[in-house]
Design a protein around this ligand. Structure first.
Ligand code: GDP
Length: 428
């Protein structure tokens, strides 16, 4: 039912939690390979299908499809502990994982036990200036990756070399743990336990995924690139410093997947019919009080990883248009349209006002603190649309809402999602 495309990236346009997992799960029916190219276990992709309901953190969302090869690319923060736990959970629900359908890049860096410790220690030091980290060690991990102070997954296959490398890193990292934060040092025995409990378990899945992808490409296989979070959390283009520590934008997919030469034909940008945001930082269109509570409840906006209540607001045209441009989106999936059914009139943030001036441009990060939303209202449809599968059958007001957003953000909306299940989708 879904149009066959070439190589395709599925990415978030906003602050994350747009429903990417749900779209990857749907679109993988037409793909042979799914690659996660950045991020770690600090967010969750919710997928509901015949196996049940899952909050995937690291595993690619194509893992449920028979015949699809899932790859964790070199750009991800590979946390052996979390990955192994997640693999066990998924397997317990009847999903088969083998080195044939799950492959881990030998060039992916390992998230070490001390990265999680450092995340917690730093958030505690920041106290009320904290960033709202999920404390999964992602920022310390990427800082170390760029300092070349991480272990590559492939090193697990060379034990003698690994031991010497770990010893060097341990000495260096203990300086930070003990002298900067006054914490307990990590011992080699701690690391050996970690190697044994988690790294050994994922070892059979590690290989040169670059060669696999090159061969897959040569054989004309279709490759899907899966991102985590969204454009506004991009390290370079997002709401610095309230971003993540990697690049969720599609332009990073070739680098982080292990195919630096690949051309991505389609970029499906996922946008929610309203806005949500987890953690600290500016969120211009934020709603408060009763209005926010109603929307949060209607959309069940609680973090997939942390259970934290998400901040919510109307769809933000300024931020979404910016996200569409950063992602180079060629098609948009608008999700959670069914959630809006209770609204008599639907607020839309159409512009920002910054220092008394109205603007269509997404402001420089530090100006966001002073940005105020300019709100317009569209007529609501006030009915349940979750059972609708054809565009023609949508109420006129719902069609107008989609067309309005499409025109404002400058990108075709090809998918309208009306429920979390795989088939709750309207194609346009
Ligand atoms: P992701 O990280 O972008 O995959 O998004 P999350 O999984 O964090 O959040 C999306 C949430 O919305 C999940 O609970 C999905 O099951 C749910 N969801 C996705 N699309 C729809 C939709 O069209 N309607 C409804 N009601 N829920 C949806």
């Amino acid at each position: 039912m879904v149009k066959k495309m070439g190589n395709c990236a599925i990415v978030g346009i906003n602050w994350g939690d747009e429903g990417k997992g749900r779209m990857v799960d749907l679109l993988t029916q037409d793909y042979d390979v799914v690659v996660r190219y950045q991020g770690g276990g600090n967010a969750g992709h919710t997928v509901i299908n015949e196996f049940g309901k899952f909050a995937l953190h690291l595993l690619p969302s194509g893992i449920f499809r028979q015949g699809v090869v899932n790859i964790l690319g070199n750009g991800v923060a590979l946390d052996p502990e979390n990955l192994w736990k997640e693999m066990q959970e998924v397997q317990a629900q009847g999903v088969a994982l083998t080195p044939d359908n799950l492959k881990i890049s030998d060039r992916a860096s390992l998230l070490m036990p001390w990265h999680r410790d450092l995340d917690g220690l730093e958030e505690a030091r920041l106290a009320d200036k904290k960033f709202g980290s999920t404390k999964q060690g992602i920022a310390p991990f990427y800082a170390d990756k760029f300092s070349k102070k991480t272990v590559l997954a492939g090193e697990l296959l060379y034990p003698e070399h690994l031991k010497a490398h770990l010893q060097d890193l341990l000495e260096w990292k203990n300086l930070t743990l003990t002298r900067v934060y006054g914490a307990e040092p990590v011992t080699m025995a701690d690391l050996e336990k970690w190697l044994n409990d988690y790294c050994e378990k994922i070892k059979p899945y590690i290989c040169d995924t670059g060669v696999f992808l090159r061969d897959a490409q040569a054989q004309g296989k279709k490759i899907l690139f899966e991102a985590q979070l969204g454009a506004l959390r991009d390290l370079d283009y997002g709401i610095h410093p309230y971003t993540t520590s990697s690049n969720p934008i599609a332009a990073y997919a070739p680098v982080g997947s292990g195919m630096p030469n690949v051309k991505i034909d389609e970029v499906v940008g996922v946008v929610k019919a309203y806005s949500s945001c987890v953690g600290e930082g500016p969120f211009t269109c934020e709603l408060f009080g009763e209005e926010a509570d109603k929307l949060r409840e209607a959309g069940f906006e609680y973090g997939a990883k942390t259970g934290r209540p998400r901040r919510v607001g109307p769809i933000d045209i300024v931020a979404t248009r910016y996200g569409v441009r950063c992602q180079g989106a060629t098609n948009i999936a608008l999700t959670k349209m069914d959630v809006m059914g209770y609204m008599e009139r639907i607020p839309v943030c159409v512009q920002y006002e910054v220092n008394g001036e109205k603007t269509d441009e997404f402001p420089f990060p530090c100006l966001l603190n002073d940005a105020k939303p300019v709100i317009e209202y569209l007529e609501g449809w006030q009915c349940d649309i979750s059972g609708i599968r054809n565009w023609e059958d949508l109420p006129e007001a719902a069609k107008r809402y989609v067309e309005y957003i499409e025109e404002k953000i400058g990108c075709h909306i090809g998918y309208v999602s009306v429920g979390p299940e795989r088939d709750s989708i309207i194609l346009r």
